[in-house]
Design a protein around this ligand. Structure first.
Ligand SMILES: C[S@@+](CC[C@H](N)C(=O)[O-])C[C@H]1O[C@@H](n2cnc3c(N)ncnc32)[C@H](O)[C@@H]1O
Length: 287
């Protein structure tokens, strides 16, 4: 993360150390989930692509994926736990009183849970949106689990719907954590413009994505290193190959340069990368 010393006076006030939050008080733990860093999730292992498939279907966020998603994303996305937890930390610096914090493409609500752990600005509420019914159903269960574990969490609403059709309310934080890459490329600028228009002064979009690289050697190196990361996390060559062919038609990554240009074209004033691990990165975009 960017160090406090390099942040301009305009933003420095946000980084003043804050006292431990009373909402972090443990209430009680229900029996149906495990808790990693205070997050309610399933721990079913991802073996979806372990057996040879006659034909590999396009990847979908269906019930099979939902069952193994926490394990899948942690073993496939370098830096994912760091990004999610720090997304909560960053959001706390941008949250404005009485505003909405959006988690777009919320899946099982990992980001929503991090927002609720870290943001303590008065009157904030979280709206989590996903168009997968299976994800939304399980996300609601996990958030109920978080509610029974912790006291005085931010209120949250989980909406099953298309983020492209969402009517945005005035927001101080919008998280797009590995979601934009699943939106059709020709719809991305319009979505980002609508997000930019909904953001309040002092707010921010936090955008995390898999990257591609314009330089072929850099692209090949980081792709190989990502494969090594997956191997080290226990995925076989077959699993890696079948997952790749399942996802390549539905997930279209952009380069860092494309993200920056698109965000500026959508009206954002400043784009600041705050995290990169191999070919995965997260950016802060200021309205
Ligand atoms: C890679 S997952 C996001 C992971 C999640 N943000 C996290 O940090 O754990 C992408 C999610 O975006 C959702 N999604 C894709 N297109 C969407 C759309 N147009 N509207 C709403 N959700 C969408 C998918 O259903 C999926 O749950």
């Amino acid at each position: 993360m960017q160090s406090v010393g390099t942040i301009s006076a305009k933003y420095a006030r946000r980084f003043i150390r804050q006292p431990a939050h009373p909402r972090a008080k443990l209430a009680k733990m229900p029996a149906f989930s495990i808790y990693a860093a205070g997050t309610a999730v399933s721990k079913d292992p991802d073996r979806l692509f372990a057996q040879p498939l006659a034909q590999v279907p396009d990847f979908a966020f269906n019930e099979d994926v939902v069952r193994v998603f926490p394990d899948m994303i942690k073993r496939s996305v370098p830096g994912y736990p760091t990004i999610v937890e720090n997304l909560g930390v960053l959001a706390a610096q941008f949250a404005q009183p009485n505003s909405v914090l959006y988690d777009l493409g919320s899946s099982l609500g990992a980001v929503t849970q991090a927002l609720r752990r870290h943001v303590r600005t008065d009157g904030c509420r979280v709206i989590a949106v996903d168009n997968s019914a299976a994800m939304v159903e399980r996300c609601r269960e996990y958030l109920n689990g978080q509610d029974s574990m912790f006291q005085e969490l931010l209120p949250v609403e989980v909406i099953e719907g298309d983020i492209l059709a969402l009517e945005f309310q005035p927001a101080s934080v919008v998280a797009l954590n590995f979601t934009l890459q699943f939106i059709a490329p020709d719809q991305r600028t319009a979505l980002l413009s609508r997000i930019q228009q909904s953001l309040l002064p002092g707010g921010a979009l936090i955008l995390s994505e898999k990257l591609r690289f314009n330089d072929p050697e850099e692209h090949a190196l980081l792709t190989d290193l990502h494969v090594a990361f997956k191997r080290a996390n226990g995925y076989s060559e077959l699993e890696i190959a079948q997952k790749r062919s399942a996802i390549e038609n539905v997930m279209k990554p952009d380069s860092l340069e494309e993200h920056r240009e698109r965000l500026l074209a959508a009206g954002f004033s400043k784009v600041v990368p705050w995290f990169q691990c191999l070919n995965f990165a997260s950016l802060i975009a200021l309205p």
